[in-house]
Design a protein around this ligand. Structure first.
Ligand code: SIN
Length: 499
């Protein structure tokens, strides 16, 4: 394949969300030459869609309690040491953001699973967008940004990863040769037809990392957000923090019967309760009428409801759970190293041990900041001179032409949704495995093949996890196993690892 463009960098960052942007900024501040590659525009991906804010501990005295809440929600699969480090360090990043001029809204919000109000918002429910715009303002003059470039393959030499190959909108191939490569590509919400994630969330980083030899850990653990509008648009959990109530189609408030904290139960509990009530009564609605100044506090939610022709002030609004967050991902150490030399991962694509089996609300932007900064610092320490790196030619990528994305989503919704069973997972895996691939230079077809790969990992992982834990509920194995284990998948196959 002939190359249309070629760049060199100390660090190539793939993805322009919170983890990638903060990593790029941190690396640039350390003097590294950074190239950021993003497959759509700079403001694409899930971060600008984040309504909930950032759950910083409320000072050092709250770190222990925040750790307790996070680990409790994680249902045994969070790593308390890593979690404690991330939470403690997040306060340094909060201070640094404020010193640089980031403005947060006054006051703190409470969300499900948090024992106190500690979530900081910016621009009401536009926290992710405000944060990202702020980071990009500080970045733009310091690094090279390549938009609308889709990374389809990692470049390698005999010793590890040496950059990334991408396709531009005209199917021309370019490369960034780099001493360090950071995957900050976000999640895989497009596995499901109803998702709070944007169209870009196609599991590209998982597919790239898997192909490069990374271990993919606990990818079967997918968080469903309990309250999305029926088209998948998020109704922030902060609305329930402000007093919104859930009602079933029979007109009953039901959450109190499921959990003492009712609407503020952890997300997996609320999602399953909503799913159960929809199946039992035919629908679930959110009553937002008690929230004072709703329109100012939640402008995005207000506008989305209005766009559906509904009035959130006078009538409860129909909601349902939607695929929201991938808790598992590329296993990394606490500095973001993926185990494959010169390859790092941060943000939703990574699995650090923070989120366990059920991410605590608003902990993900926080993780993106801390792990973005840590990966950048670690990469900057370990840089090898570019002249010593080799770079193998790209090979043709695989794409899916004959099966549309909707078919992959149908398979996943029918087999790996909120309530799972062995036979349904088996059937889903058979259907995904029957999909054929063809060489392709079409980004959409390659995204679909990335999704199919992630789907097969989710299905295999969910079959191996013969228990119910956090977001993963198997009605044929409803108990939580006493043995706590990770499910790890790689080119060598699948294994379970006891914690
Ligand atoms: C929300 O606002 O409910 C989403 C926040 C999150 O997923 O952490």
């Amino acid at each position: 394949m002939s190359l249309h463009e070629a760049y060199e960098a100390d660090l190539v960052v793939i993805g322009s969300g919170v983890a990638g942007s903060y990593a790029a900024l941190a690396a640039a501040e350390l003097g590294a030459k950074v190239v950021m590659v993003t497959k759509r525009g700079l403001l694409s991906g899930a971060t600008p869609w984040a309504q909930g804010g950032i759950a910083f501990p409320v000072g050092h005295e709250d770190v222990e309690q925040h750790l307790y809440d996070t680990v409790k929600a994680g249902r045994g699969l969070s790593d308390p040491d890593v979690t404690g480090e991330i939470l403690k360090e997040s306060l340094d990043h909060l201070r640094s953001l404020i010193e640089k001029g980031m403005r947060f809204d006054p006051g703190l919000a409470r969300e499900g699973g948090h024992s106190r109000a500690r979530v900081m918002h910016a621009g009401g429910d536009r926290s992710g967008l405000f944060l990202l715009n702020f980071l990009h303002q500080h970045l733009q003059s310091r690094i090279k940004i390549l938009e609308n470039r889709f990374v389809f393959q990692l470049a390698t030499d005999d010793n590890g990863v040496s950059g990334a190959y991408y396709l531009d909108g005209s199917k021309r191939v370019g490369v960034v040769k780099a001493s360090a490569t950071l995957l900050a590509t976000g999640g895989s919400g497009q596995l499901f037809g109803v998702t709070t994630n944007p169209g870009e969330a196609t599991g590209d980083g998982i597919a790239l990392g898997f192909g490069a030899g990374c271990v993919i850990r606990d990818i079967e653990l997918i968080q469903f957000h309990p309250t999305a509008l029926l088209d998948g648009t998020l109704v922030s959990e902060a609305c329930r923090g402000e007093g919104a109530k859930l009602i079933n189609a029979a007109g009953e408030y039901f959450m109190g019967g499921y959990y003492p904290e009712a609407e503020l139960a952890p997300r997996d509990v609320v999602a399953r309760a909503v799913d159960t009530e929809i199946k039992k009564t035919g629908g679930v609605f959110i009553d937002l009428s008690s929230i004072a100044n709703f329109e100012e506090k939640f402008p995005t939610v207000f506008a989305s409801i209005k766009a559906l022709g509904l009035d959130s002030r006078s009538e409860p609004v129909p909601i349902a759970p939607a695929a929201h967050f991938q808790m598992g991902g590329i296993r990394t150490d606490s500095e973001g190293r993926s185990g494959v030399p010169r390859l790092y991962a941060a943000g939703e694509v990574g699995s650090t041990g923070l989120h366990g089996a059920n991410r605590l609300a608003s902990n993900s932007l926080l993780e993106g900041l801390v792990m973005g900064a840590r990966s950048a610092a670690c990469a900057a320490k370990e840089l090898e001179p570019i002249s010593t790196l080799g770079i193998a030619d790209p090979t043709e990528a695989n794409g899916i032409t004959h099966v549309g994305r909707a078919e992959i989503q149908k398979i996943m919704s029918e087999s790996a949704s909120i309530v799972r069973t062995g036979p349904e997972l088996e059937s889903g895996l058979d259907r995904i495995s029957a999909i054929g691939y063809l060489p392709s230079l079409d980004s959409f077809e390659i995204e679909n093949s990335n999704l199919a790969l992630v789907a097969s990992c989710v299905l295999r992982g969910a079959l191996a996890r013969e228990e119910s834990r956090g977001s993963h509920y198997r009605s044929d194995f409803p108990e939580t196993s006493e043995v706590i284990f990770h499910v790890e998948q790689s080119l060598d196959g699948l294994k379970t690892v006891i914690c």
